[in-house]
Design a protein around this ligand. Structure first.
Ligand code: 7TS
Length: 409
């Protein structure tokens, strides 16, 4: 086992939920791609918001409203700093990656894309980066195309030049695949798309907890993330967009806060980022996400990233020695996700037997049915790691796999 200075025991101690037993066994939480656990620091900030200064933002002159507004806007600055955006005007709070993608589809894309234009996505997208484009294609007559994937679960880049044409108006792709763990070469793809004048949206839902993001260096036009996968609350996420694009886009939803002035005839929209945040937002969620960023900035995040790579390498070594185990997604460049099948055992049965052992994994199509179709399987079992997982969690996973084989003979 490689030695890394990252202190996993110390990290684990920050996550109260991990200190419990399930079915009489210590909880081994390996479903981090679905949602990550929350450090005490985040839970305490949420408590404090409701205990001490719960109130609506941007409206009240009273003290509590001012404190809440300040906390909300300072969380926006945390996100800006974390992904290195130029301005907080480029940070739009949404419900999650899903809403971020739908927002871009129904505002930017709907106003720019016409019949016959092409939107290019990949075969490894989560449904949230497929369905909004199918809806848009139906609304506009645009054509949806897919970059295929090879047997290792990597994008087949030989096809890229034929797929990116002067008809392509948007490339929308996942940074790290939730079903395969593949880290896509987004820098190169963003450059290629820009060369032919297309805009690029990156789905970073799985990437932000496992890599450093720098939207200025990436030069992507849009980047979406989910707070709950980044150790923050559920129901909150971020859409980053380049300011000039966001300025030119029509609003997504109409309502309070997104306006400057309303008469019975017309409305003048508010400035960024408020133009895209209609109604009372998820104030607690935003403040909690801001606290999650504070937490990440305090830990040794580079060490955490390395630790996750070490966990995956260790799991790969054990998988190599496990008869009847088939890995789905063996990209050279991957992280944190071990998707697999076991000969003769349905993934849902694997999930149930693991649960009896106190091990939380996910079994299913992982909202990436085209990936399952590509590999001609109905489902996989998926263990997904976070930096608070230990090598003994990986041992427990493989003991669970042995248990599955015993039960199914
Ligand atoms: N994109 C990717 C790559 C994802 O993995 C997910 C959620 C989403 C988008 C949607 O994020 P949401 O927060 O808006 O729901 N992925 C998973 C998963 O793998 N298991 O449960 C949710």
């Amino acid at each position: 086992m490689p030695k890394n200075s990252f202190d996993v025991d110390r990290a684990r101690a920050d996550f109260p939920v991990l200190q419990q037993t399930v079915h009489g066994k210590p909880l081994i939480y390996l479903d981090n791609a679905a949602t990550s656990q929350k450090p005490a620091a985040v839970i305490e900030i949420l408590d404090r918001y409701y205990l001490e200064y719960n109130s609506n933002i941007h409206r009240g002159v009273h003290h509590l409203s001012q404190v809440a507004t300040e906390a909300y806007e300072s969380a926006r600055e945390n996100i800006r700093r974390y992904i290195n955006a130029h301005s907080t005007k480029e940070i739009i709070f949404v419900r999650g990656a899903t809403e971020g993608i739908n927002l871009v589809a129904q505002t930017f894309a709907r106003s720019h894309i016409k019949a016959g234009d092409e939107i290019l996505i990949t075969e490894m997208e989560h449904h949230s980066n497929i369905v909004p484009w199918q809806i848009l294609a139906e609304q506009t007559g645009a054509i949806l195309k897919y970059i295929p994937i090879n047997d290792a679960g990597e994008l087949d880049l030989e096809k890229i030049d034929a797929l990116l044409t002067d008809k392509t108006k948007l490339l929308a792709l996942v940074h790290i695949s939730n079903a395969l763990g593949t880290i896509n070469p987004i820098e190169m793809l963003i450059e290629k798309a820009h060369d032919i004048g297309a805009k690029v949206l990156i789905d970073g839902a799985q990437a932000v907890p496992h890599t450093r993001i720098n939207v200025i260096e990436l030069d992507c036009d849009f980047y979406v993330l989910s707070g709950h996968k980044l150790f923050g609350p559920t129901g909150i996420g971020v859409l980053y967009g380049k300011q000039a694009l966001l300025e030119a886009m029509p609003p997504y939803q109409g309502g309070g806060d997104m306006i400057k002035m309303v008469t019975m005839e017309k409305t003048m929209y508010n400035d960024l980022p408020h133009k895209f945040e209609a109604g009372t937002p998820h104030i607690a969620g935003v403040i909690g996400l801001g606290a999650a960023i504070d937490y990440i900035e305090l830990i040794d995040f580079e060490g955490a990233i390395q630790h996750e790579h070490d966990l995956l390498n260790y799991a790969n070594e054990l998988a190599d020695k496990t008869k009847g185990m088939n890995l789905v997604g063996t990209a050279k460049n991957k992280t944190s996700i071990l998707s697999f099948t076991l000969d003769g055992i349905h993934p849902h049965d694997i999930g149930t037997i693991m649960d009896n052992e106190g091990i939380a994994i996910r079994a299913g199509h992982h909202c990436a049915m085209p990936v399952m179709e590509r590999f001609q399987i109905p489902a996989t079992a998926r263990a997904s790691f976070a930096f608070y997982n230990s090598f003994s969690d990986v041992d427990a996973l493989f003991n669970g796999i042995e248990k599955c084989r015993e039960v199914f003979g």
